[in-house]
Design a protein around this ligand. Structure first.
Ligand SMILES: Cc1cc2nc3c(=O)[nH]c(=O)nc-3n(C[C@H](O)[C@H](O)[C@H](O)COP(=O)(O)OP(=O)(O)OC[C@H]3O[C@@H](n4cnc5c(N)ncnc54)[C@H](O)[C@@H]3O)c2cc1C
Ligand code: FES
Length: 280
């Protein structure tokens, strides 16, 4: 839990300091805490989420997309889907809203430190994974090789486009990306589902940890691929999404088998969920 307040339900007033359109109906919001300059005391970990709250409209769990190593602003990348997100998209720079959190169990930094990382994202799954990716890049000496595989359904739907393009100029990250379809024939990279990118990477499963974030269908195929390549089961982590209400383990809305997505997750190791049929 965060360190700003001991009350787990405590709402923090925040202001929108910047909005950055991404792709259609997706926007990055930079938030600043009222009366504070930095987010150090918020104490979030990559992979955690906040409940975003707009009075009269409701709340929704949204992943934190920025790493704790960049405390100037807290970033969330939001897809407009319904009541809360519609209201959020109506707000402008300087508008006030509230968040509570940070909540949930994030990516296991202590396990990943010193290891090779294979980050596999699909669509909006890049939003939570970006927090880990930027954390690892900011603390580059603490991690071994980093490979990012990112798949979207079409070239128009690549999130964080310019940030990702900048990875091609770096020699300390391998970035591979795919689109499912390229009807206009403009895509210069791999066309096909994200698992096809595995043929383009040299992987050493015994000392690599795979972290997955994307739609459920992607998990099924990527996990199958990883197991076929002899990745140990405990080297695979997934971030799951469920309908949530309280976000703090009280209401039971987010149950996955005997676990709560909000407090036991959203990040789970594969052995924790592989026998729960509805998990992925
Ligand atoms: C841990 C976690 C992290 C999340 N991170 C992000 C994020 O970074 N960015 C983002 O845009 N969204 C994220 N979501 C999803 C977001 O919380 C939902 O889309 C939420 O319903 C939006 O609220 P709303 O009031 O705008 O939409 P609503 O009016 O509640 O619902 C809109 C539609 O989305 C469906 N829906 C509701 N919850 C989910 C869900 N979890 N998955 C898929 N469909 C859902 C509803 O059935 C409905 O059809 C996350 C969810 C969880 C559980
Ligand atoms: S959302 Fe209430 S228990 Fe998880």
């Amino acid at each position: 839990m965060g360190t700003i307040s001991d009350n787990i339900y405590s709402l923090q007033p925040v202001q929108i300091s910047r909005t950055l359109p991404q792709i259609r109906d997706h926007r990055l919001f930079q938030l600043k805490l009222e009366n504070r300059t930095g987010w150090e005391a918020f104490g979030h970990q990559p992979g955690q989420f906040v409940e975003v709250s707009i009075f009269g409209k409701g709340e929704a769990p949204i992943s934190i997309s920025s790493p704790p190593t960049r405390p100037d602003s807290l970033e969330i990348c939001v897809r407009r889907t319904g009541k809360l997100t519609d209201a959020l998209f109506e707000l402008e720079k300087g508008s006030r809203l509230h968040i509570r959190g940070p909540y949930g169990r994030g990516f296991p930094i202590d396990v990943l430190r010193g290891k090779k990382l294979l980050l596999v994202a699909g669509g909006l799954g890049l939003a939570p994974l970006r927090s880990l990716l930027l954390y690892a890049l900011d603390k580059r000496d603490e991690f071994d090789e980093i490979i990012l595989m990112y798949g979207t359904n079409s070239p128009d739907n690549v999130l964080f486009k310019y940030e990702l393009l900048s990875f091609f100029d770096r020699d300390d990250i391998t970035y591979l990306y795919s689109v499912d379809r390229d009807e206009e024939g403009i895509w210069k990279q791999y066309v096909g589902v994200v698992t096809g990118l595995f043929d383009r990477a040299t992987l050493s499963p015994k000392d690599t940890y795979a972290v997955l974030c994307g739609p459920p269908i992607m998990y099924r195929f990527v996990v199958e691929k990883l197991l076929k390549l002899d990745f140990p089961r405990e080297h695979i982590y997934v971030s799951l999404e469920r309908m949530m209400k309280c976000g703090v383990g009280k209401c039971g809305h987010c149950a996955i088998g005997d676990k709560y997505c909000c407090t036991d997750g959203p990040v789970f190791s594969y052995p924790e969920i592989e026998t729960i049929q509805e998990a992925i």
